[in-house]
Design a protein around this ligand. Structure first.
Ligand SMILES: [Zn+2]
Length: 213
């Protein structure tokens, strides 16, 4: 895994590509401001970087990352600190993104913590945060009473994506834009073991694999 020195080297490569090669991308982005069409909510997991997975360029996607890619429901702004909600509001109301993708993934430590709460007992923030998705845990266990742990884990990772999609609808400015067909929601699931990406199909109530060719 990359040491900090390797990241500095990587920065130099980035600089060459976008600033020392005659590329005008950043010049344009500075002039016009950012106008990404897509907002992605992803896990903080180092293996699931949405920009890398989608080969996106600077300016392409507005990204929110947190433990287990969870979207909390809309709550009054004076009820606490709302980093995810503020970023959603900025992406949707200020930038006017056309798509919101909730990108979940396999082997998610956050979902593992949600399913095995003894794992994170005593943590200052993690247990409370992942419990925002407790309804996904309850549904997974209810629907798979005899399942082994790996099945529960995969199932809960996907249920949590669906819960976050539902929670997005609790924000009035998201709901209204969807009704006006200005905004679409998507659920994606990335499998770390084989690199496959799956998109939720609401008609089939299943995640369909996105073809690689
Ligand atoms: Zn994760």
């Amino acid at each position: 895994m990359a040491e900090l020195s390797a990241l500095i080297k990587g920065y130099r490569e980035f600089y060459k590509k976008y600033f020392a090669s005659g590329s005008t991308l950043y010049e344009e982005l500075k002039k016009t401001g950012q106008s990404p069409k897509t907002l992605i909510i992803a896990c903080s997991d180092s293996r699931v970087d949405p920009s890398i997975i989608t080969s996106a360029d600077p300016g392409d996607i507005f990204v929110i990352r947190n433990v287990a890619n969870i979207v909390p429901p809309c709550e009054k702004s004076d009820s606490g600190l709302h980093g995810v909600s503020a970023a959603l509001e900025f992406g949707v109301c200020v930038l006017g993104v056309r798509h919101i993708v909730v990108l979940g993934h396999s082997n998610c430590a956050g979902i593992h913590s949600l399913l095995n709460s003894d794992n994170v007992d005593g943590t200052d923030f993690i247990a409370k945060w992942v419990n925002v998705a407790s309804a996904a845990k309850e549904k997974t266990i209810r629907e798979n009473p005899q399942a082994k742990e790996s099945v529960l884990q995969h199932s809960c990772e996907k249920e949590s994506i669906l819960l976050s999609l539902n929670n997005l609808l609790t924000f009035p400015w998201i709901k209204s834009r969807i009704e006006e067909k200005k905004l679409k929601l998507h659920g994606w699931y990335f499998a770390i073991a084989d690199g496959s990406l799956h998109e939720y199909n609401p008609k089939k109530e299943l995640f369909d694999k996105i073809p690689v060719e």
